[in-house]
Design a protein around this ligand. Sequence first.
Ligand code: ZN
Length: 279
Amino acid sequence: MNDQALVLYETPVEGVARITLNRANAKNAQNLNLLDALDELFTRAMKDEDVRVIILAAAGSDFSAGHDLRKLLDTEDATRFGDRSSSGNYNSPDGEGYMAREEDAYMHLCKRWRNLSKPTIAQVQGRCIAGGLMLAWVCDLIIASEDAQFLDPVVAWGGNGVEYFAHPWEFGPRKAKELLFTGDTFSADEAWRLGMVNRVVPRKELEAFTLDLAARIAKKPSFALKTVKQSVNAAVDAQGQPQALDTAFQIHHLTHYHNRAINDGNLVDPSVMPKMFKK
Ligand code: ZN
């Protein structure tokens, strides 16, 4: 790991923490180092009683290209789950170990971030692909610039979609199927029409607009904000989202197992993605 911080932390105005993905040269692709750093900084914002609203931003042209396909979770990473281990048997071959690693690196973190009691706002520009969607979706609000693009191409690689399968809630069931069947890109405007994005603003206004919104929310009573968040999340939970997420994640791992079986141990057919997913 180089010296440059993969994720930055600042408090640009009173009551607001801004956490910035800082791997712009890799389009903020997520490896385990970046996700660990992000989790640490969410924790820092939660512990700081002067912070009332958290912005999740990204440096460079794109919010996030998703999970880093050049180095997917491997058994080396298994040794690093100790402090927040809840799955275990990370080194187990076949499906068990890989599922455990994705549970702790993706699902458990996303569920934790989704339920942080302080309001969170994703500030999205450029491409937001697959694993990038997960980071935006776990935030309470999403502000996008006009150039933002959203897509989940995982079906082309033989999977059901990205691990945190919130697509039906974010787009509605019919558009979720279209997004997934085709792998097509949704523009910021279309994402706004579908209710996934709160506001679309010009690229040059994105940072200031998001910061102003965060500052306005930060003036509200913190306990009231917490209760709003818990109440809305409870409504989504009552619709069955937690169970549906868990079921889709288990199906996702059936596809990983299936694809390895038919692709000589590779997660994806190497002819589809020759430089990625090599075993
Ligand atoms: Zn996966």
